[in-house]
Design a protein around this ligand. Structure first.
Ligand SMILES: Nc1ncnc2c1ncn2[C@@H]1O[C@H](COP(=O)(O)OP(=O)(O)OP(=O)(O)O)[C@@H](O)[C@H]1O
Ligand SMILES: [Mg+2]
Length: 260
């Protein structure tokens, strides 16, 4: 297995509070790793450290086995120079957010094209072709001229996924991509994610959708109080004793969604 992205001995503190403690995560090429855990356990912080939207307080981040160097200022944030390098790095490690983060005053097509045009300096014609390709992939080929306000939540999230793909990322991170959606929209988004996994995309997903987790993930990580308390395959999770913390946590989640 080829290692894609890894965090070693990651710690993250806000002021005096240690939010993540000595976290070690390695994700291999083509793997889908899901991150579960109670509210406030540090899931978002951890996934954001993977693409330097948060600056780790300590630890080593590697991508394709190369160390990603960054420097912190006295506030614990990336220095301006490191931030510029991080922006470049994020083209390879994209993120899909719970709240979509589309530009409301731009059409679907513009939302897809603007970022890569600015950052990758690719010509408009090529980008438009790519945009149509990815919109087709997420089932929204006919929505290029629409504005975000004209779309349902599930459609917005699929546009956000298409937009992330426009950068040709090698890894995609998802932070609760379906939690803001009405139940009937959830499966549309999960199906797109499953398709990406089948196409070989490396993915890290924060989610509470256990049916998806069991069906799609190679490994599940359970985070509690800033530490990984369980790491294993969905099968290993099944075999955990009912009294284990991860099993107790999972029993509080919905299992009703089946992805097809
Ligand atoms: N910018 C910040 N400054 C100070 N504390 C923060 C900051 N961001 C997060 N925290 C704290 O870090 C802890 C972990 O937050 P995080 O958002 O990573 O949790 P989470 O597991 O994603 O929770 P949720 O399931 O509610 O999204 C929380 O206690 C939160 O209050
Ligand atoms: Mg979160």
């Amino acid at each position: 297995m080829t290692e894609k992205i890894s965090l070693q001995h990651l710690s993250k503190t806000y002021g005096k509070r240690e939010i993540l403690k000595d976290i070690n995560v390695t994700v291999n090429d083509g793997e889908l790793v899901t991150l579960i855990g109670p509210s406030g356990s540090g899931k978002s912080t951890l996934i954001r450290c993977l693409n330097l939207l948060e600056a780790p307080t300590a630890g080593t981040l590697t991508f394709n086995r190369q160390k990603i160097d960054y420097k912190l200022n006295r506030f614990g944030q990336l220095t301006r120079k490191s931030e510029a390098q991080a922006a470049q790095y994020r083209t390879k490690v994209g993120m899909v957010f719970q709240q979509f983060n589309l530009f409301p005053n731009r059409s679907v097509l513009q939302n897809l094209i603007d970022g890569p045009r600015r950052i990758l300096k690719v010509d408009r014609g090529t980008l438009e072709q790519q945009a149509v390709h990815y919109l087709t992939l997420v089932g929204l080929r006919d929505y290029q001229a629409q504005y975000p306000a004209q779309l349902s939540g599930g459609q917005k999230q699929r546009v956000a996924i298409a937009r992330a793909l426009m950068m040709s990322p090698e890894v995609l991170l998802f932070d609760e991509p379906t939690s803001a959606l009405d139940p009937e929209m959830v499966n549309d988004v999960l199906r797109v994610m499953l398709r990406l996994k089948q196409a070989g995309m490396t993915m890290v997903v924060v989610t509470h959708e256990m049916a998806f987790t069991e069906q799609a993930s190679d490994r599940v990580l359970f985070l509690e109080q800033g530490q990984i308390q369980f790491a294993g395959t969905p099968q290993a999770l099944q075999q955990e004793p009912a009294t284990s913390r991860v099993k107790q946590f999972v029993s509080t989640l919905d299992h009703h969604l089946a992805v097809s």
